[in-house]
Design a protein around this ligand. Structure first.
Ligand code: DX5
Ligand code: ZN
Length: 217
């Protein structure tokens, strides 16, 4: 079976039609939605938060929402995000003093746990937590904006994790699309976030299909 999962990041979609844009990408063969929350503190930008996601939830029943929380002190928002219908809460190692507490809170709230690291952060910092989380998110851009260039120098982190953990879900996020997917596949990434490459393309279905094939082969 395929272990590849593809989640569009809708940051660069038409956010005034959020629900129908999300529906469109799900109908094009996405496995889940990657929802980028920014707080203007952890990253130099703002997007949307749990109130918007709460409105989105009933319009997309059964769709898996990964909440990519690019926020300082992520433990603050665990309960509101769970209440809004988040399925996975992915937070950044760099954003909290106590990753273990954050992990515990997320689990208590009934969500799956993703742990992310920014490009400058060494991969070894996640090792104490791998057994406690559902996914490791290796950023391939500095978070804050869609449409940035892919940083291939982050890929050895994915390779390092894949060599140690055969079955771990390893997600890449930032600048991933048809021209960079092969490099991600080669190092063993299996959960793929793609924003502009899907959202700005006239045929998102073909883009998703192509990327899935590269990962699965
Ligand atoms: C970056 C976000 C990403 C990003 C993906 O801050 O976390 O999810 O928007 O978009 P692209 O694929 O355009 O880099
Ligand atoms: Zn993201």
């Amino acid at each position: 079976g395929s272990t590849c999962k593809i989640g569009p990041s809708i940051l660069n979609a038409d956010l005034s039609s959020l629900a129908s844009e999300c529906q469109r990408f799900m109908e094009c063969g996405s496995d889940y939605l990657h929802l980028d929350v920014m707080d203007g503190q952890f990253v130099p930008n703002l997007t949307f938060g749990h109130p918007v996601v709460k409105c989105l939830r009933p319009k997309l029943p059964g769709v898996f929402f990964e909440m990519h929380m690019m926020v300082q002190d992520p433990e603050k928002w665990v309960e509101p995000v769970a209440d809004a219908g988040g399925d996975m809460y992915s937070f950044h190692f760099e954003a909290t003093k106590d990753p273990e507490l954050c992990i515990r809170k997320i689990k208590e709230a009934g969500m799956k746990v993703g742990l992310g690291i920014n490009p400058p952060t060494p991969v070894e910092v996640v090792l104490p937590y791998v057994d406690q989380v559902d996914l490791i998110l290796v950023m391939t851009v500095n978070p804050g904006f869609g449409g940035q260039s892919f940083m291939a120098e982050c890929l050895p982190k994915v390779q390092f994790l894949r060599e140690k953990y055969k079955n771990l879900d390893i997600e890449v996020d930032g600048g991933v699309g048809p021209s960079t997917i092969q490099q991600c596949a080669d190092v063993g990434a299996n959960v793929i976030v793609s924003g502009s490459a899907i959202v700005k393309n006239e045929n998102p279905r073909e883009v998703i299909k192509y990327m899935r094939k590269v990962i699965d082969d």
